[in-house]
Write a new protein. Sequence first.
Lengths: 220, 225
Amino acid sequence: MPQIFKKSTNAIARASIIGSGAISVLAIYMIFIGIPRSSYWNQTDLIKTQPVQFSHKHHVGDDGIDCRYCHTSVETSASAGMPPTKTCMNCHSQLWATTTYLEPVRESWKTGIPIKWTRIHDLPDYVYFNHSIHINKGVGCATCHGRIDQMPLVTQVASLQMEWCLQCHRAPEQYLRPRSQVFNMAYTPPANQLELGRKLKKEYHVLGSDVLTSCSTCHR
Amino acid sequence: MWLRRFMPAAIAAGLAFASALLLASCRQDMQDQPKYLPYRGSEIFPDSLSSRSLVEGTVPRGYLRDDQELYTGKTGANVAPTAPTATAAATSASGTSAVSTQPAAATGNDVNEFPFPITREILDRGQERYNIYCSPCHGVLGDGRGMIVNRGFRPPPTYHQDRLRNAPLGHFFDVITNGFGAMPDYSMQIPPHERWAIIAYIRALQYSQNANIADVPPDQVQKLK
């Protein structure tokens, strides 16, 4: 049918075969790797609206308040502990006590109905994460949460994908720090991190990766 | 011929079926299970708390406050028993169940001995806890010039004055437990044993700011010169 298709069309046809192959490979990559690892899919760096625009940068970074002042149960239980309105009122009974900005806090204090914060780090319900074991084995807050002290509004930093959990559970010595530094936001790992990590792993009795990567360690 | 006619339809149907399976795999039933996790709300109760506060008078295992001096810092029979639910009220996300009460007028029956021996570990623990919960207002030195005071909170008195140097230990316990003046109570944030550790560290702070050269052990004096 040379009237319709010129001879050069054959080249286009050949190219389209190769092209569609490349597009299929790209599509498969996007479906299984690209999209699941994207910040869009994992909702990292996503700002979520809160009833009060609470700034960790102000309270932790500027005021120097320790994480545990509010997250009291982080060393002893699975949940880090969301502070009750009472904790806000410890200071805000006097500071900014008449601002409309903090009206939801005072409203909660008056009525006894807790403030409904929007959860940022939302693990699937079949994952049983425990804060206290990580704190007590030398995993710093900032290792997973990032520099909270520099975040006016908290965003999720880590992907929270299982592969992200596993890259530490397979070799925790990459991230362990001395217990005294766990709550230090500005801690930078030393040059001999692996050496220190192996020493701390032994000292804090961190279990082997065979146990840490066992299904039932995180799923029950 | 038959095959050629129906092949496209078969392929289309197959693709549709496969994509339906793929879409079905996006259901998140297991990710969001209808169960209560900490801080997950409930639609059953008007205050939307799924973790309910303890029924009044309930004593959770391990929370029986049978040692009056340890849990109130007071001796004698005229001490109103503090409700055991006060510390366990951490389950109440609003925290209003532990409204701070003004301390009873100085009854003079504050204990002046620690209910358990103070070791180096306990003192270190007290320092750590002091720096977390107290230093924002009282300052790391205990001089009452912490960051929150800089921000405008009513300044607390310095620990380094005779009134507080001579105050019995039980007084500090009472203030941490029940609050005092502008200071709110810390009964939910600091468990009783850690309150005593903090008090031990406050005493250490007081000694540190009120010492003279005679208090320094002879073998350490050279270091200071």
